[in-house]
Design a protein around this ligand. Structure first.
Ligand code: NAP
Length: 251
């Protein structure tokens, strides 16, 4: 099991209060990482789940809608808790509207959190890792819309396609120093992000009909792939966007 163990490492997870980020935080902690659970909402539920799993964690309060806030958060996190070996860029938002009506505000809000802050947080992480002699892993949360167009989500698709490209760029630049950079692309997951889709009976059925496994994912279904990519077992895996989608892309 030691090749899959994260004992003695620290992992920072953004958007860890709920949904996929919460499941990732719990899974990383169960694998032995000390988790820094970052977000703008209460982390009490996440910390309780981690304690129940026998893991350890600290909560860090931060709104990640601007680059400066994200950079300040990262500097304070390292100053308070020590070096961070794993960064999981999970926090993200979605805005739905017909592309012909789509607003600049909805474009910028999504691109800022889902792509711009992901880049600058990764940059802050890499600067710290390189100063420490290299090593570590960045895991970005991408989407099926890193591969497909989707409907009525132009800024979301642009941001998540950008995440897949950025994952390759950063891997090309940093992997020689032992920093792996990968992404996980979840399929359709039960979380706040998909409430509208699941509440629309026609869309819900159309989605279910296309998933070979025949069900929506639970956030915990996504977390194992992230923990694997953070572990020594994945040390030669870099630059990929790994779908975890119940078979959706194969259909
Ligand atoms: P979610 O429950 O809505 O979680 C989104 C997370 O991002 C929450 O923790 C949220 O915090 C945080 N966040 C948003 N804006 C933030 C900000 N300005 N500052 C700090 N935190 C912020 O949805 P989810 O499905 O778990 O989404 C997690 C990631 O998976 C996202 O990147 C999403 O695009 C991606 N994803 C989801 C699916 C899916 O089917 N659900 C599929 C593919 C990819 P609050 O709770 O405080 O808002």
């Amino acid at each position: 099991m030691s090749r899959f163990s994260l004992n003695g490492t620290r992992a920072l997870v953004t958007g860890a209060n709920t949904g996929i980020g919460q499941a990732i935080a719990v899974d990383l902690a169960a694998a032995g990482a000390h988790v820094l659970a970052v977000g703008r909402s209460s982390m009490d539920d996440t910390l309780a789940q981690i304690a129940q799993a026998g893991g350890s964690a600290d909560a860090i309060k931060a709104d990640l809608s601007t680059v400066k806030a994200a950079q300040d958060m990262f500097a304070e996190a390292e100053a308070a808790h020590g070096p961070i070996e794993t960064l999981v860029n999970n926090a993200g938002i979605i805005r739905r509207a017909d592309s012909v009506e789509f607003s600049e505000e909805d474009w910028d809000a999504v691109m800022d959190i889902n792509l711009k802050v992901v880049f600058f947080l990764s940059q802050a992480f890499a600067k710290a890792r390189l100063a420490a002699g290299g090593g570590g892993s960045v895991i970005n949360i991408a989407s099926l819309l890193s591969f497909q167009g989707g409907i009525r989500v132009p800024s979301y698709t642009a941001s998540k396609s950008g995440v897949a490209g950025l994952t390759q760029t950063l891997s090309n630049e940093w992997s020689a120093q032992g920093i792996t950079v990968n992404a996980v692309a979840p399929g359709y997951v039960i979380s706040n992000n998909t409430t509208d889709l699941r509440n629309d009976p026609d869309r819900n059925q159309a989605i279910l009909d296309r998933i070979p496994m025949g069900r929506w994912a639970d956030p915990a279904d996504i977390a194992g792939a992230v923990t694997y990519l953070a572990s020594p077992a994945a040390r030669y895996v870099t630059g990929i966007t790994l779908p975890v989608d119940g078979g959706w892309l194969g259909r």
